[in-house]
Ligand binder design. Structure first.
Ligand SMILES: [Zn+2]
Length: 60
């Protein structure tokens, strides 16, 4: 499983990174419903978050 990253769609703050697949709802709850950096209210739909699968770095 690839690590995933979830970023604030407004400021790009990294809200979650890790191997475990978490729902946006869990991540939003952990941050109290707001982006800790820019204060954007995080919605429970993914349009407010960017979920980016971390692509493995190709070897030499
Ligand atoms: Zn933000």
């Amino acid at each position: 499983m690839c690590p995933q990253r979830i970023l604030c769609s407004k400021c790009g703050e990294l809200l979650y990174t890790g191997l475990e697949l978490e729902t946006p709802g869990e991540i939003i709850q952990r941050n109290g419903g707001y982006c800790p950096k820019c204060g954007k209210k995080l919605g429970f739909d993914t349009e407010n978050l960017k979920i980016i699968p971390e692509t493995p770095v190709p070897g030499p």
